[in-house]
Design a protein around this ligand. Structure first.
Ligand code: NDP
Length: 472
């Protein structure tokens, strides 16, 4: 396992916050309260049905989320009837999904990155991750952009030249593929759970809460790997889920063309805005190593199943909706959506970029044309070492503590607004993202507060709002 343990300088008295008594208990929860346990068990029980409900509502009820409930309430249909009408598991879908996942594993494991050799501004190849709570630094092979480019080049080559399969193949097998995704999601989560007990990659970074449901859902191992390079978090979050995102949208676009003979401007907007987000993710994959998913979350059902099922099915609901409702937006409406999406993206990217540059250069950079303002802080890792860090308080990071989330939410709202206002189903995404990011905000701040102690308080005094200045 390619990890390095950095030996750190124990700091003397009189440091910014020399709190030697603070044990290194930042990272995922060590104890589970009843409220969290209730949330975990509810999600484990209901999340797969939520996904099924939305996809079924499109398949059987033209994307109306209220109609199935009303029919059930009035006794006009029953759960067995809905179930019987849903496409079932098929071996054709298993073949498609097997080829897809195997191909992504092959690209991830067998083709080292060459893109960074042609594009020097792009950071690819072997990169260091962030320090784990146990004090380790993992190495990662960053080749996501290359995998995305190869996959999409093949997709377009097939659509326009080879014709091995129909570009609508994903839409045409959407529900059978969902069963395959669920099988992989549960298998991966269960494997990671068992692996953590039997052969963990880094036992010092494992966390057991004593609650089996919480451990299964939120994960025990921090960075489970098979061999030296197959990193579960990097692979599952990026590859079967996010590479697929743009392909799924392209498949919806092809279906619209097939059904109606044209593609609507709303479908183009959704494809373009979401493609910007996806390409941005891969262009900045090295940056992603420093985000909460990789730096702080453990790998369990939440990431494993979420990446295999929740992400490809629910992040793409707008495109699915537009296959059933080919909305043609007025020019002003389309322009507002485009502007909202682009401004949201600009805020999201610039905010993340400011933090990235600031951290990489250890503050020796310029933010909005000036030397950055920051708060010096320190923290302790589980090996007892004391480390220094800095919290940026200028640029977008001086506007609010998570302005990157605000930009992300603006972009998410744009995808939804591209679908018009006839149904609520496409708006699920903005509701979900708001819950996800507000919860993430609270979770992250709780962790940072345990990590940085009084220094974090100084930071929140300097930047008092979380998402929207003056509001929250
Ligand atoms: P951040 O990139 O905001 O990272 C938070 C971490 O950054 C903190 O834990 C802390 O880590 C450090 N930090 C906090 N404040 C400062 C500061 N002022 N200066 C320097 N460092 C600071 O959060 P995420 O990883 O959650 O999100 C990354 C991006 O991904 C966001 O733009 C988000 O919108 C997006 N995202 C999208 C999702 C989706 O499903 N579409 C899901 C989740 C995220 P440390 O311990 O190093 O100090």
């Amino acid at each position: 396992m390619e990890t390095t343990r950095r030996h750190v300088h124990p700091r003397g008295k009189g440091t910014a916050s020399g709190r030697r008594d603070q044990t290194a208990q930042w990272g995922r929860a060590w104890e589970v309260d009843w409220f969290s346990l209730f949330g975990v068990v509810s999600l484990l029980c209901f999340a797969p049905f939520i996904v099924f409900y939305f996809v079924m509502a499109c398949d059987q009820y033209q994307c109306s989320v209220t109609q199935p409930l009303l029919e059930l309430y009035r006794g006009e249909t029953s759960l067995p009837t809905i179930w019987a009408r849903s496409p079932s598991f098929s071996w054709a879908a298993v073949k498609i999904y097997g080829v897809w996942v195997s191909f992504q594993v092959f690209l991830y494991m067998c083709i080292p990155d060459v893109v960074h050799k042609f594009l020097p501004v792009y950071v690819g190849g072997v990169q260091d991750g962030a320090r784990t709570p146990a004090g380790l630094i993992n190495k990662y092979e960053i080749n996501g952009l290359q995998c995305w480019l190869i996959t999409h080049a093949l997709w377009f080559a097939n659509a326009h030249y080879f014709h091995w399969f129909s570009p609508t193949i994903i839409f045409d097998n959407w529900i059978p593929l969902m069963w395959c995704c669920n099988i992989l999601g549960y298998t991966v989560a269960t494997f990671a759970f068992i692996k953590a007990y039997l052969f963990p990659t880094n036992s010092e970074d494992c966390k057991f809460t004593g609650n089996v449901f919480y451990n299964y859902m939120m994960g025990i191992e921090f960075n489970p790997r098979i061999g030296k390079w197959f990193d579960f978090k990097l692979f599952f979050n990026g590859r079967p889920g996010i590479v697929a995102w743009t392909l799924i949208n392209l498949s919806y676009m092809a279906k619209q063309q097939e059904l109606y003979g044209h593609v609507t401007n709303s479908m183009i907007l959704v494809n373009v805005l979401q493609a910007i987000y996806v390409v941005d993710f891969f262009w900045n994959e090295a940056w992603y190593l420093k985000t909460i998913d990789i730096c702080h979350d453990h790998f369990g059902w939440y990431l494993g199943w979420g990446d295999c099922v929740w992400l490809p099915y629910l992040y793409t609901l707008q495109g699915l909706y537009l296959v059933y409702h080919p909305v043609q937006l007025s020019d002003p409406h389309a322009l507002v959506v485009l502007l909202l999406g682009l401004v949201g993206y600009y805020i999201f990217r610039s905010t993340n970029h400011q933090k990235d540059v600031f951290r990489r250069t250890d503050g020796s950079c310029s933010i909005w044309g000036r030397k950055p303002a920051f708060i010096e802080c320190s923290y302790r890792s589980a090996d007892g070492g004391v480390h220094r860090s800095k919290l940026l308080t200028s640029g977008f990071w001086g506007v609010s503590r998570h302005f990157n989330y605000t930009g992300d939410l603006m972009g998410s709202l744009a995808y939804c607004a591209a679908c018009g206002f006839a149904h609520i189903l496409p708006y699920f995404y903005i509701v979900y993202m708001s819950i996800l990011l507000v919860h993430r905000c609270v979770r992250d701040e709780h962790r940072c507060s345990s990590k940085y102690g009084r220094d974090w308080k100084r930071y929140t005094d300097a930047v008092p709002y979380r998402l929207i200045p003056g509001v929250f």
